[in-house]
Design a protein around this ligand. Structure first.
Ligand SMILES: Nc1nc2c(c(=O)[nH]1)N[C@@H](CN(C=O)c1ccc(C(=O)N[C@@H](CCC(=O)O)C(=O)O)cc1)CN2
Ligand SMILES: [Mg+2]
Length: 298
């Protein structure tokens, strides 16, 4: 059997950003609306700083208004919620998100609950999660939205496919399962406590790994020809000791890529697979929110 097709999320995301930029231009010209995204970063987590900087740069590159609010790691919950309230009320802002993880003294669920569902471009509020689960128009979490785009591109029609999602987070596993269900897949949500995880995964035409354990999914877990989407990002010191000493890292997904690609039909790499889709979908969600807030048909 031939090796898996490598799904190029980086190229797909670049095309999506071009489409978003065209939509933004049309919104400006036809409606005088410039979509605006506000990102709130608490503390100095190294990876979050990179993601937030990329969000700001890509928002501007798409022609949108971008604001980044950096708060100290010891900010109080009240001060953070007050900022979210101000952004909810700001007519130049159509998307509001707080970058995760936040420091331990802050309560993630209360922060999410403070975001206006109309501006919830992470799709995390109970309103948007409920709307997704109910089959109503919703803003939906960016990473699973990106996974769905890659899956539809790889497979076309997903109807009747057996899909296993490994992971049950609000940001990824649960919305991913809802999106696959909405596409008429037969969906199983598995997780680190599932019994016989390899046996469950082996049934799947579509495997989405979002469990956060480096290289956990092995080749003998995969049905030959299955499409494998790897959402994991674990960071390790570079294999080159000189580079490692200089602080260089390498990224590893939840899937043992080198062995799984010999069995799968198609697979996303890490990096360059799902990751770049996250910010591209965030931009797309911000345009969707701007249209809905201005009563413009999406
Ligand atoms: N409020 C949110 N917080 C977090 C989210 C989120 O969607 N909303 N997701 C992740 C972080 N994230 C975006 O915020 C994100 C993760 C990864 C990438 C990405 O482009 N990954 C690249 C590798 C980049 C690298 O070198 O580190 C890839 O996989 O190719 C973009 C955004 C958690 N927090
Ligand atoms: Mg302003």
């Amino acid at each position: 059997m031939s090796e898996a097709r490598i799904i190029d999320g980086k190229a797909f995301a670049a095309k999506l950003r071009e489409q978003v930029a065209a939509d933004v231009q049309a919104l400006k010209v036809e409606h005088g609306v410039t979509p605006g995204l506000a990102v709130v970063l608490v503390g100095d987590d190294a990876a979050s700083q990179v993601y937030v900087r990329n969000k700001g740069e890509q928002t501007l590159a798409a022609g949108m208004h971008s604001e980044t609010h950096r708060l100290p790691a010891d900010v109080s919950q009240d001060d953070l919620l007050a900022l979210v309230g101000k952004l909810n009320a700001d007519p130049s802002i159509h998307g509001v998100l707080v970058q995760f993880p936040v420091p331990d003294h802050l309560k993630q669920s209360d922060i999410v609950a403070a975001i206006s569902p109309d501006k919830d471009v992470d799709g995390l509020t109970v309103t948007n999660a409920g709307r997704l689960a109910s089959g109503l128009p919703a803003l939906t979490p960016c990473t699973p939205l990106g996974c769905m785009m890659l899956l539809k591109d790889a497979l076309g029609d997903l109807r009747g496919k057996s899909a296993v999602v490994i992971g049950r987070s609000n940001l990824m596993g649960k919305p991913m399962a809802q999106m696959l269900l909405a596409a008429d897949c037969t969906v199983t949500i598995a997780h680190s406590r599932s019994q016989d995880l390899p046996g469950i995964v082996r049934q799947a035409d579509i495997v989405v790994a979002a469990v956060g354990r480096a290289e956990m999914v092995k080749a003998d877990w995969i049905k030959p020809g299955a499409v494998v989407i790897d959402v994991g990002i674990s960071r390790f010191p570079s294999r080159d000791p000189v580079a490692a000493a200089a602080g260089k890292t390498r990224l590893v997904g939840d899937v043992a890529f080198d062995e799984v690609k010999a069995v799968a039909g198609a697979i996303t790499p890490v990096p360059g697979g799902v990751g770049p889709m996250t910010i591209a979908c965030l931009l797309a969600n911000t345009v969707t929110a701007a249209k809905r807030l201005n009563g413009i048909g999406a």
